[in-house]
Write a protein that binds this ligand. Sequence first.
Ligand SMILES: [Zn+2]
Ligand SMILES: [Zn+2]
Length: 238
Amino acid sequence: MFKIDLHTHTIASGHAFGTVQENAREAKNKGIELLGITDHGSAMGGAAYEFYFRCGNRLPKNIEGVRILFGVEANVIDDAGQLDLSDNILKNLDFVIVGIHYDCGYIDQGVEKNTETLIKAMQNPYVKIVSHPYWSMMPVDIEAIAKEAVKKNILLEINASFFYTNKLEDEVMWGKMKKMIKILKESGQKMILNSDAHSPYEVGRFQEVVDKFGELGIDEGDLLNDDVEGVLKFLGKE
Ligand SMILES: [Zn+2]
Ligand SMILES: [Zn+2]
């Protein structure tokens, strides 16, 4: 059922280990049909200069038989919720994930301000997905973010890397993730499961999170990961 992995990094992120071709090859091995290449936006140390993101049209649409979407995991850079690539660049990408990370311009100001800022970032018309909104690194009010996601029809992510890298000791984070899932389910809004691979070996690595689906309250039908056509349509792609 997992035909889609929309969030993977390459060496262009500065701290990941694979190439686009290697990610595509592993995607094919795992039965992934639709793969997102979403390197970190330029504000993150070591990430690609904006010109990299202008060159997505130099990649084939299919590599190793896998449909490739070239996007970005953009960073929030200030209190106005601005992203680290201009709309001019964002509009030419296949899709945009927004993720709020530290050391990328925006500084943690506590839950209320962080939430307000992320909601501002979600008003950017190119944003289609929010990555790991329950991360304690930049705490937000998950209820407010989930409600805004439903309102704006933005997908919230179940990030598999939190499971396969054991980033979830924190009870608060578990609680937030469960709350997010509950709100989205009640609203009939589907979620997307992504690997957030930082090496090709992690592309499509979902088993550790699948093992926790029962605990998290996720049913397969809550995820969009088996609907390639639906996701392409949602992203405005063919
Ligand atoms: Zn991230
Ligand atoms: Zn990422």
